[in-house]
Ligand binder design. Structure first.
Ligand SMILES: NC(=O)c1ccc[n+]([C@@H]2O[C@H](COP(=O)([O-])OP(=O)(O)OC[C@H]3O[C@@H](n4cnc5c(N)ncnc54)[C@H](OP(=O)(O)O)[C@@H]3O)[C@@H](O)[C@H]2O)c1
Length: 258
């Protein structure tokens, strides 16, 4: 049974994944920058999965020493880490570049891109030491090169995550440490509410094609656990996935189901 570390797992996709892995009997270490959010998340996971092996540690992914401490905590609780998911992310308000506060610009690049590089550096070296493991990096809007006006810096950071992951996958070919990526789909989280959810078109898009965290992360967790390939892309926006969502959208909207 795998032991799993997830960065940015106090809410949203990270929290949903933690819950889905625990439901499947795996060990999970959750983490996020806010100790308060993390405490609430741990309490809820323990309540929903009594006796499950779940632990937490505050970790800001922009700080390398926090990530080292996260690995050590996982090693102490589980002995080894089988899967490490660089999930932590944040987005700036949906505005043209020149209207963004500089603090939002640096935070977006630091958390999404630098955080993924930091987490990968710590996990890759430590996994080499323990003889193997699998790292997953979260892609997102911009990773495929597409442009959404108002999401430029976020998209730039995710394009960087895509390139970084692609190059790490090439460098690690034939090694015991595997690296893969995740395209999670369109999931109604705080991040989506603060970006797409702030425009009329975005709200329509979210209500037609967005999914709730629980079912989406349940499916995602199954796909991650089933994957043994290096360089895989767990893609929940593949043509069959999207056709299914488009076809069922009117029914889901009619019956008020998301
Ligand atoms: N939702 C979607 O449809 C979607 C689509 C494609 C890709 N993604 C990607 O999926 C990942 C998760 O997104 P989400 O939608 O679940 O977002 P979310 O609901 O806003 O959750 C983000 C998580 O990251 C944590 N976080 C933020 N800054 C951090 C930092 N400096 N260090 C550590 N943790 C930090 C947050 O916790 P604290 O605030 O407590 O630190 C929170 O737990 C992101 O990488 C996002 O780009 C999401």
């Amino acid at each position: 049974m795998e032991n799993i570390v997830i960065t940015g797992s106090s809410r949203g996709i990270g929290f949903g994944l933690a819950s889905a892995f625990l439901a499947r009997g795996r060990g999970v270490l959750i983490s996020s920058r806010s100790a308060e959010n993390l405490e609430l998340a741990l309490e809820e996971l323990k309540k929903n999965h009594p006796g499950a092996p779940v632990f937490s540690l505050r970790c800001d992914v922009t700080v390398l020493s926090d990530l080292e401490a996260l690995w050590k905590k996982a090693e102490k609780e589980f002995g080894r880490v089988d899967i490490w998911i660089n999930n932590a992310g944040c987005a700036h308000p949906m505005l043209p570049f020149w209207k963004l506060d500089y603090a939002d610009i640096t935070r977006t690049v630091d958390v999404n891109l630098k955080g993924t590089i930091n987490g990968s550096h710590v996990a890759f070296r430590r996994m080499l030491g323990q003889g193997g493991g699998h790292i997953y990096n979260l892609e997102g809007q911009g990773a495929d090169g597409s442009v959404i006006p108002g999401m430029g810096v976020f998209g730039t950071a995710k394009a960087g995550v895509h390139y970084f992951s692609k190059s790490l996958i090439e460098e690690a070919r034939g090694m015991k440490v595997k690296v893969s990526t995740i395209i999670p789909g369109i999931i109604r989280t705080g991040l989506q509410a603060g970006t797409a959810g702030t425009t009329t078109e975005g709200r329509m898009f979210l209500s037609m094609l967005g999914e709730d965290v629980g079912p989406a992360t349940d499916d995602l967790a199954s796909r991650i656990l089933a994957n043994t390939s290096h360089g895989a892309c767990i893609n929940r926006m593949s043509p069959p996935d999207m056709i299914g969502k488009v076809v069922t959208a009117p029914l889901r909207m009619l019956f008020g189901q998301h």
